[in-house]
Design a protein around this ligand. Structure first.
Ligand code: IMP
Length: 192
């Protein structure tokens, strides 16, 4: 079976992908290949960061690999926080402060349109392929729900009257940016 590294330290993401692969590829974690260092994420786009992660592993460790990056893009803020979503309110990666910051910046603004966008970069035998998953929605004026993480309490996907934090996790995964990008990646892996 061919081996493929998922360049993430997030256990939940890893489990999700391992469950969904059809057995053609054995998914390895960073731990499995003894990669314990922080992989640089210094690009200014989601594409750049996803690509930086997969290239790092392919070039330094010699494994076929994929990496991902996600951002929340808010129209009225010119696409921010985007690639800076995790650290929008500072380097502490504090989800509550990040939410407070976007709510304050959107105060009194009626255009609440936003989207989550995930980019996956896959490198197989030196060839890179990108996959994108998007979910469109809007930013609520206050928090709703306790589930999920990050900006989930203030993001309501189009076509639903619940925030991501009020949704069942399976439902969220089915329609989410990451779910959609990973589905495209898996279709591709299962086709080659
Ligand atoms: P990552 O690239 O998956 O680590 O995501 C970067 C940041 O985007 C996270 O730290 C969160 O702030 C935000 N984010 C990513 N995915 C989600 C999601 O499904 N719900 C809410 N926030 C998310």
């Amino acid at each position: 079976m061919r081996e493929l590294v998922f360049a993430t330290n997030n256990k939940h993401k890893l489990e999700e992908v391992v469950k969904a692969t059809s057995g053609k590829f054995k998914i390895l974690s960073l731990k499995d290949i003894n990669c314990n260092e922080e992989i640089p994420e210094t690009a200014e786009t989601l594409e750049g960061n996803a690509s930086q992660k997969s290239h790092y592993i392919y070039e330094k460790y010699g494994y076929n690999c994929f990496g991902d990056d996600t951002g929340l893009e808010i129209d009225a803020l010119g696409g921010k926080p985007g690639v800076y979503s995790a650290r929008y309110a500072g380097p502490g990666h504090d989800h509550e402060k990040n939410i407070d910051k976007i709510l304050s910046e959107l105060k009194g603004i009626s255009n609440r349109k936003a989207r989550f966008r995930t980019v996956v970069s896959l490198i197989i035998d030196g060839k890179e392929t990108l996959f994108e998953g998007i979910v469109n929605g809007k930013i609520l004026t206050e928090r709703h729900g306790k589930a999920g993480f990050g900006y989930d309490p203030v993001f309501m996907p189009d076509g639903y009257n619940k925030s991501f934090a009020e949704m069942d996790i399976n439902k969220k995964n089915e329609i989410s940016h990451r779910g959609r990008a990973v589905k495209k990646l898996l279709n591709y892996l299962n086709s080659i």
